[in-house]
Write a protein that binds this ligand. Structure first.
Ligand SMILES: [Zn+2]
Length: 315
């Protein structure tokens, strides 16, 4: 049995997976909030234990463990994870004190999610696959680039001198087409421009998170503020996807994450529609834009596959 654990900014998701990395046998999810690395790992282990219980297995059945973090990763260390407030955290070493004594491997969450989609999901057997979250599989390998920084598609500039991004740049896709960006723009509309919105019921000036389902509800109810903000984000996502298609000519561009899961296929169709006119040499290639088949499981499944591959997944 393998364990794959996705440690995100707000939650941990753990999967117990069969030894071949093919079947999910148990899963568990726990909320996370502003904890130090050791407490986060303790909570991650608790979550993993619940996944094992759900699979009717025990820690003695675990062969290897894969951990995913929202960070560039080098040799078992998370270099920089803004979502967790981590800087140079030796995750594998710390996890070795909390988790059972098994081999533990660490990977970047988006790389692992895209790898899982390539090996088991929406892009199975694809040629070049990219996820707009920011990873590229080319020729069966994860593209690392110099310094491991390839594939940061969230930081493609879509608006010259546009909104500030968490990375310090301005006008990045992530500053428009992420849940954080949606919330920031909805707050501006409600509190600065004094516009009316259904979403206002769930949002205060100090609110830092909005649920994907809440967004979908207001969007479906044709709330004008939410429509404008989300549609603008999806339009820019379409432009970025077209850019990716023009540069890489991939077999699949996989869209994933909470908002994509909540909005489903209609969101993917809108993104395709906005991408199509900008695709070089044929609008039909917009069809390569697809929804993640694995959903929330993509990243922890990728972590389990990393463990199965002894740390060398698609390298
Ligand atoms: Zn950026």
């Amino acid at each position: 049995m393998l364990l794959g654990v996705d440690i995100g900014g707000t939650k941990v998701l753990a999967l117990a997976v069969d030894g071949k990395g093919g079947r999910v046998l148990g899963r568990s999810k726990r909320k996370l909030k502003g904890l130090d690395p050791e407490s986060v790992l303790k909570r991650a282990w608790r979550c993993a234990r619940e996944a094992l219980e759900a699979a009717e297995a025990s820690e003695h059945d675990v062969r290897a463990i894969g951990l995913a973090v929202p960070s560039a990763v080098d040799d078992g260390t998370a270099l920089l994870a803004p979502a967790l407030g981590w800087h140079r955290v030796p995750v594998v070493e710390l996890a070795g004190r909390v988790f059972p004594r098994r081999r533990i491997y660490l990977g970047n969450d988006v790389n692992l999610g895209v790898a899982a989609e390539f090996l088991r999901g929406a892009a199975r057997g694809g040629a070049t696959v990219t996820g707009v979250g920011g990873a590229v599989v080319h020729g069966g390998r994860l593209l690392r680039g110099v310094g491991g920084l390839a594939g940061e598609l969230g930081h493609v500039i879509v608006v010259p001198e546009g909104r500030r991004c968490g990375c310090g740049n301005a006008g990045c896709l992530e500053a428009y087409a992420s849940k954080t960006a949606f919330l920031a723009r909805i707050k501006e509309a409600i509190f600065d421009e004094r516009r009316r919105s259904q979403a206002a019921a769930a949002i205060r000036p100090d609110t830092t998170m909005i649920g994907s389902n809440e967004l979908r509800r207001s969007y479906r109810a044709k709330d004008r503020v939410v429509r404008e903000v989300v549609d603008d984000g999806l339009r820019l996502l379409g432009l970025a996807a077209a850019t990716v298609i023009n540069i890489l000519s991939p077999s699949h561009v996989v869209l994933g994450g909470g908002v994509v899961e909540a909005f489903g296929e209609p969101l993917v169709r809108r993104v395709r529609g906005w991408a199509a006119p900008h695709i070089f040499g044929g609008q039909e290639r917009a069809a390569t834009i697809v929804r993640s088949a694995l959903g929330d499981d993509a990243v922890p499944l990728g972590a389990a596959l990393l463990a199965q591959a002894k740390g060398r997944l698609l390298t």
